[in-house]
Each structure stands twice: as structure tokens, then as C-alpha cells.
Design a protein around this ligand. Sequence first.
Ligand SMILES: Nc1ncnc2c1ncn2[C@@H]1O[C@H](COP(=O)(O)OP(=O)(O)OP(=O)(O)O)[C@@H](O)[C@H]1O
Length: 579
Amino acid sequence: MNAMRKLLRYLKPYALFAIVGPFLMCIEVAMDLLQPTIMQEMIDIGIANQDNGYVIKLGVFMLISAIIGLIGGAGSSIYAAKAAVNFATDIRRDVFKKTEQFSNQNTDTFGTGKLITILTNDIATLQQAVIMTLRVFVRGPLLFIGSVVIVWLTARELFPVLLAAIPILIALIYFFTVRSGQLFSHVQKAMDQVNTKLQEMLAGIRVIKAFDRHDHEQSHFQTANDWLMKRNMTAEKLIVTLMPLMMFIVNIGIVAGLWMGVIKVSEGTLQIGVILAFINYLNIMLNGLVSSSNVLMQIARSFSSAERIVQVFDMEIDITEREQPIAGPEIRGEVEFRKVDFSYSKNGEYVLKDISFQAKAGQKIGIIGSTGCGKSTLVKLIPRLYDPDAGNVLIDGIDVKDMPLEKLRTAIGFVPQKATLFSGSIEDNLRFGKEEATTDDMEQAAQAAAASEFIDRFDGRFGHQLLQGATNVSGGQKQRLSMARAFIREPKILILDDSTSAIDALSEAAVQQALREAYTDSTVFIISSKISSIIDADQILVMEDGRLEASGTHETLLATSKVYRDIYTSQSGREVTYS
Ligand SMILES: Nc1ncnc2c1ncn2[C@@H]1O[C@H](COP(=O)(O)OP(=O)(O)OP(=O)(O)O)[C@@H](O)[C@H]1O
């Protein structure tokens, strides 16, 4: 309920549409309610007195009221749709904005499958609920109340039939609405699972093909899909039962009305037209109740959608800028870790333990260590993709938590381990690194990343289009474009996370040379499993099991670090012995 209240503020800008829609609907309802009364007059006065002129007059009146009703109904639909569609669009925009601000940890909490369901299904459910509320929810109760009032005024003798039927109908609607709300929240959870599975399958389609695991994946998807189907069936079964049940009650009402009516007509206290009008009104009332119950069920369904949407809005972003960040002078690129501890799960094992080191501005820092020892995690703390649990990460002596996030991140060029490019041209992807980049900037960055040679071979060069996930370029080309995107920023701090793993030795040498010659001002962090990639670094950090085992130049480490010596020996085949 609270969640819905929070979201309803999105209707405010469209309040006029939300008022005009139901207002026009009132006109349609009024015209609908007029029809049986006009018909009753036609039968009891016009036809009974064989007054053709009166019948024609009422016929014209019926036609005019039907046309007015039609205009009211169409107008109401248009305005209700305008309000609901704009309302949903604004919510979708803000959910997207919020998820963009999510830290990695925030995203992990939801899971991408659930976020996709929220951005698509849940918002669509809410949009549908608003349309139905503005249109049908006004129409349904108005038709119902209008019919009850008219029967009270014109056919009071038959009113006891309504008195018996209405409480049963209302109790039915109440029960079905509450139950459908519960069932649809299960449907949404099942939909999350289907979306998660689908997303995983699409992202890993090449691996599935390569391993010929179609059947395995299909059976996993089938399980999620079957579960969704079962949940949907249970919910739909409930909904479809309501209508016949209500029809049954109303039909009993009609029979009772006819029976009572015939007695009253034979007693001379009631006219036949009144019975006809009563049956019509009973049908209108049923119509009103059925549409109201449909809306109520849609609203009940939308409550759980609203809750899930509000969960996104309420999610506390764990990486935020402090209230008055220190603007400070331009970043020079000195990076220091002071006794840093970090764990991915707040009560889990530490992935980084007591890490301390200092990198002077412009230095090249190599990071080496066994798989899973925490190298990537360490560099992710520099642009604040995660914050340490203890200790501090400082840039130019200022804690990164005290810096404006934008200033921090624009000073950093990050080349992640897994190159991620976006669909669009190569130019679009490079401008992702620097929006105002000139053609010269692009040429230089591509040159430094050893990407020029293959870009030159593409049609349209920088205009060459990449498909979604950049599936039309090779792994090594992806890595080089990802590097060019970081280089183009001319960042003060450049982080290369194992970014030359898929690049040939010649291209890697070209990148190394560019780093030495063109990016002398940048502090460069190079994570690599190959000593050859970091051998020239001013400082090499040797990591083992989340700890900084040793640090120094290649020469010093050969003398002081057994771990480093072992790696060197295994890669060069040369035994190094130091006493
Ligand atoms: N998002 C995450 N959530 C939970 N644990 C994680 C996450 N990312 C990494 N880890 C764990 O943290 C540890 C360090 O991972 P990290 O990626 O920093 O290692 P690495 O040294 O860069 O490894 P590699 O050389 O294979 O890239 C590993 O045990 C890994 O399983």
C-alpha cells in the first residue's frame, strides 16, 4: 500500500489527464444508464398507448445518448491511456537511472533477472492497473451504484432481490481479489527465474553451442518455464472461476425478479416494462461488478509490482559521495593503500588483507599473483567500484571516499578483465571514454592500443558498426578497443586488468612502448600473469592469498621474494638462486 502511494506521485504531472478520463467516463456511464429507462418508457407509454410519435421521439433520444456515450467512452480511453503511459514511462526512466547508480554489490543483491522483470513486466502491470483504474474502475462502480439507485427509484418492489444478491457478489469479489494478489506475486517470482535463465542463456549462447549443451540448457529453461506456467495457471484458474460464479448468482436474481415481478403484475401493482428494465439493470450491475472485480484483481496484482519497483528506489546505494566532498586540486595520480581489508560478503572471508603500498604519480605498477589472489579486487577499489571494509585508499593524499565521484572516475581509465563494448560504431565506443574526442584523439588512442591496424581494414574505419556484445570482432580486437577507450581519456590513473591476455606478442610490445612513451604522466597499474608484461615496472606488487607478499622492482623481487622467483622460474625456465 505504501509502495503504491509512493509511486502515485508519478501521476501528479498527468493529473489533468487522470481527471478528464474518469470525467468523460461518467458521461458514458450516465448515457448507458439512461437506455433501459428510455426503453421502459417506450414500452409502458409509447407502445402501450400505440403512440408512434412518442416511440420515434424516444428512439432518436436513445440514439443521441448512445452517440454521446460513445464520445465520452472514447475520450476517456484516450486520456486514461495518456496518463498511464506517461506515468509508466517516468517510472521506467527513474528505475533505470537508479539502477545505473547501483554499486556492483547493489546489482548483485537484486540479480539482473529480477531487475529486467521489474523494468518490463512490473512497470507494464502498473501501467495496466492505472489505465483500468481510470477507465473501468470508474465505470464499474458507477454502473453498479447507478443501477442500484435506479432500481430503488423505479422498481422498489423488486429491490429485495438485490438485497440478497449484492452481499454475496461483494463477498466473492473480496475473496478473489485478495487471493489473486497472493497468486500473482508468485507469478512474478517465477517470471524472475525465467528472465534470469533467459539472460544467462543469451549471454552464454556460444559456450552452450561449443559444449553442445543445448539439451541441458533447454531442460533448465523448461523447469523455470514450467514453474511459471503452473503459477500462471493457478492464478488464471482463480480469475476465470469468478465470472461464472457471479453470472450464476445474477441469473438466480433474474429468475427471482421474474417470479416476484409476475406476481406483482398479476396483482396489478407493477408494469411489464419495469420487469424488463429491472433485468436490464441487473445485467448492467453484473457488468459493473465484473469490470470492478477485474480492476481490483489488476490492482492487487500491481501492489506486488509496486513493492518490487519501490525496492529499487529504496535500495541504499552503498557507494555514494559524501555531502561536501573535497574538490581539491587536479588529480596528479599518486595512489596509496593504507592497511586495506576487503570482503565481498560483509560477514565473509577477506579477499584483501592488510594491503599497504604507495604508487608515485607517473609510476608504472605491475601486479602479479596466482589466480583468485585478489588482484582485480585491489584495483576495483581505486575508482570505488567497491569500498574497503577497513583502511583507506588515497589519491594524492585524499581518501577516495572524500572526493567527488565524478572527479575521481574521470581521472581514471579502466580496462576491465572482460572487455565490454556496446553496440554502435567504434567511434561511439571510443567517445564513451571521452565524449568530446576529436578524430586525432581517436587515431592516437587506437595507435597506442595497437588497434589501428585492424580498424584501418574495416569499412568506414571508426564508423564500423559493432554488434551487441561486439560479437563481430575478435577477442583480441575487443581488448584493444577496450584499451583505446581508456587511453583516449588520457587518464591520470590507468588500470589495465589483464587486458593483453588475448593479444599477440607484437601488439603487446607496441602497447608497452606506447605506455612508456605516450603516457609518461599517468600512473599505470598493469595486472598480468606474465612477468614479461610487468618486468619494466617501477614497482611490482606480488600478491598471495589476499596479502601483499612483497613489492619492489623485478631485480629486488628476484632477490627478496620466493613467490616471485617461483613465478619467474616457471615462466622463463631459468632457475634463480639467491642466498
Ligand atoms: N563479485 C564477487 N563476489 C564474491 N566474490 C568474488 C567476487 N569477485 C571475486 N570474488 C572472489 O574474490 C577473490 C579474488 O578475486 P579477484 O577477481 O580479485 O582475483 P584475481 O587475483 O584478479 O584473479 P584472476 O587472476 O583469476 O583474475 C576470489 O576468491 C573470487 O572468487
